[in-house]
Design a protein around this ligand. Sequence first.
Ligand code: ATP
Ligand code: MG
Length: 753
Amino acid sequence: MIGQLNPEQLAAVTTTSKHTLVLAGAGSGKTKVLTTRMAWLIQNGKVSPYGVLAVTFTNKAAREMLTRLTAMLPVDTRGMWVGTFHGLCNRLLRAHYRDAGLPQNFQILDIADQLAAIKRLIKANDIDDEKFPPRDVQRFINNAKENGERPEHVEVWDAHRKHLAEIYQLYQEQCEREGVVDFAELLLRAYELLSRNALVREHYQRRFRYILVDEFQDTNTLQYKWLCLLAGGDASLFAVGDDDQSIYAFRGANVGNMSAFERDYAGDNIIRLEQNYRSFGHILDAANALIEHNTERLGKNLWTDRGEGELLRVVEQPTDLLEAQWVVDEIRAQINEGRMRSEIAVLYRSNAQSRPIEHALFSAHIPYKVYGGLRFFERQEIKHVLAYLRLVASGDDDTSFMRVVNFPARGIGARTLENLSDSARQIGCNLIHAVGAVSGRSASKLLAFVKLIETLREAAQTLTLPELIKHVNDLSGLTTHYEAEREGAERLENLGELINAATAFCAEENLEGKPALALVERSVAPDDPDSPFAQEQTTPLALFLSHASLEAGDNQAQAGEDAVQLMTIHAAKGLEFDSVFITGVEEGLFPHENSMMAEDGLEEERRLMYVAITRAKERLTISLAHARMLHGQTRYSMRSRFLDELPEDHLKWLTPRAREQAEPSWGMRLHVDAHARPATGRIEPRAPRSLSSGVSVSGKQYKIGQGVRHARFGDGTIIRLSGQGADAQAEIVFRDAGAKTLALAVAKLDIIA
Ligand code: ATP
Ligand code: MG
C-alpha cells in the first residue's frame, strides 16, 4: 500500500502529528496520499472505519475515493462518512431532523428549484422584479447563508439591502412552510445544529477521530467553521490542497482558509510534495511558467522525472465550427493510434461551448460523454417525475406542486392558480391543503389532481420504487404526453433511464423489494451501540429523492462504455487524462470577460488555465477560433493572453499564428455572419507583438488586471498594455463606459487597486 510512495508522501501518510496540511501542486499525489492515509490508519488499528470522516468536492471524487480505499483494504464502507460537504450535511440533517427543526421528509431544492421558488415569492408578494431580479436575490441569499448569516444578521447599510434582507426573511418563511432546504441551507443548518446542540455535537466529536479534506483550497468560510466544530479539540485534521488551483472564489471559496488552518491547527506541520507524477516535462513546465504570472501565491516548485515528452500543440482556426472539426479529426487520429476514448478529454471554459464539439463528435460517430451540462436529474422530464414523487413523499412542497399541477395540461389556468395561492396565504397553509377553498369552474380539476397524488401515495405503500416511478409516469399522463410530442422519443428514453437509476439505487442501498414508502432504518452509527442516534427512520422514496437532488450529475456514465470525455474545466478538477484538448482559448472567453470586472478575477482565470493544463499526462492540445457563435451572436476574439504567457519553447504551432487584429477588439460583439468575414481565412505567419504585462509611465506602474479610475469614464480594469514611454497604451474595460484604449501619457488615471 505504501510501497511506491516517495519519502514526503510517506511522511504525510503516516504522520503522527495531530494536524497536518499538505500543500502541493497539481499531480503531486495529494489525493493519493489522502486515500492511502485513510487505509493506513484503519489497517494499523488507529481508528475504525466508523471513526473516519473524509470530505471532497464532487460525488465522483467521493466514489473514486471509496473505490481506491477498498482496492487497498477490504473494509465495509457502508458506515463510513465519505462524501461532499452537501452530502454529509444532508446525512447529518436526516439523522437529526427534529433537532435541526426540519420535517422528516424535507426536500432539497437545487439551484433551478430555488430560483423558481424565489420567482414565486416575488410574485406573491408584489415585489418589483426589476429592482430585485430573482437571480440577484438568489445570489444575495446564498452569499448570506455561506457567510453564516440569517436575515437578522445581514448588515443593512441602505434601503435596497434592507429590502433584500426582508425578501430573504420571506423566502426563509416560505421554505419552512414548504419543508424544503436549498444547498446553502444544508450547510448552514448542519452548522447551526452542531453549534447549538451540545449532545449532537459531542457525539460526533467523540466519533470522528480523523477528519480528512481534499481540495481544501476551495472550501468556503462556513465549511471551514463546520469542520472546526466537528473536529472539536480532539480529532485529528488532515487537509490537502493547492492554492494555485483555487477556482471557486466566485462561489465564496476562501483560499485564506489555508493560512487559517496553518495558524489554527497545523502550525509547522506542513508537508510539501514537489514531484509531479502525472505529466511530462513540457506540460508541467508550461503550467509552472503560466502560474508564475500570478502574484497571490504561496509558491511551489514542481518537477518530474518522466522526461520532456511532447511539445504542447497549438491550433488557431477561423471559426468555432472549424475548430470543432479539427479537434474531432485529431481525436479520431488519436483513437486510430490506439488511445482509449476515455483517456481523451475535451475541456472548455463554459458549458455553452460544448455544442459544436458535440455536434462534430456525433456526426463522426465517436461515442462521447458530457459531464455537467444539463445534468440528468436536471432535465425537464426528469424534474417533472421527481416533482410528482416529492408530492407523494410530502404534499407540502409548493414548488413541486406548481411544477406539475398543470403538467401534462389539465385545464388548470393561471387565474385558478392565483386564486389558490391567495387562499393558501389567507388560510396560512400549503397549496395542496387550500384546494378545498377554491371555488369556480376549475375547482373540480384541482380536486382531481389532489386525488391523483393521493392515489399515487396509496400505491407507494405497496409498489417498489422503480414500480412506483413507472406508475407515476403512466397515471400522471407524462408517458402519453411525451408519446404525442414530436421530439418526445428522447424524453421517453430518459423516463426509462430514471427507472433504471432507481433500480440501481435500490440494489446499491439494499432496498430491493421494499415498498417505496416502507419505513426503513438507516444506521447513523453502525458500530456504536451506545450512540443515542444509532438509527434514523426513513423511506426508500425519501432516500432516492435526496440522492437525486444531491447527485452532482457526474454519474451519468453509461457504465463501461469507452467514450471521449467532455466537460468544463471546473468539472475536471482532480481528474487526469492521457490526452487533453483545451478549446476556445480566446480573450473574453478565457479569461472570461466577466472576470475582468471582479477583483482578482484574472488571477482566478489563470488558476483555471493552470488546472486545465495540469490535467494532461502525455499530450496537450490548445485550440482557439477567431470567430465564434455564442448565445446567438457571432463574436470575434483574439487569442488569449494565457497563450502568450506560455514560453515558446514548450509550444508547437500546428497552424501558423494569425496576425493580431487591431479591430475589432476584445469584447466587441459584431452582428455579422462569421463566414462572411473576408479576413478570417487569411492567416499570417507569426506577427511580432509588443504587448507587455506591465509598463511604467511618468513614474506610475501600470499592470494588467489593475483597477484604475478615470475622471470621465469612471472605474475600470486594465486588460491589455502595449508600447513604452510616450507610446504606451492601455486597453481598459470601464464598468460603465465599456472598453477604451487610452494613451497612458495623456490619460489621467488613478490607480485604485
Ligand atoms: P490534483 O492537484 O490534480 O488533484 P493530486 O496532487 O491529487 O493532483 P493525484 O491525483 O493523487 O495528485 O496523483 C496524480 C497521479 O500520480 C495519479 O495517477 C497517481 O496515481 C500518481 N502518483 C502519485 N504518487 C505516486 C507515486 N509515488 N508513484 C507513482 N505514481 C504516483
Ligand atoms: Mg487531487
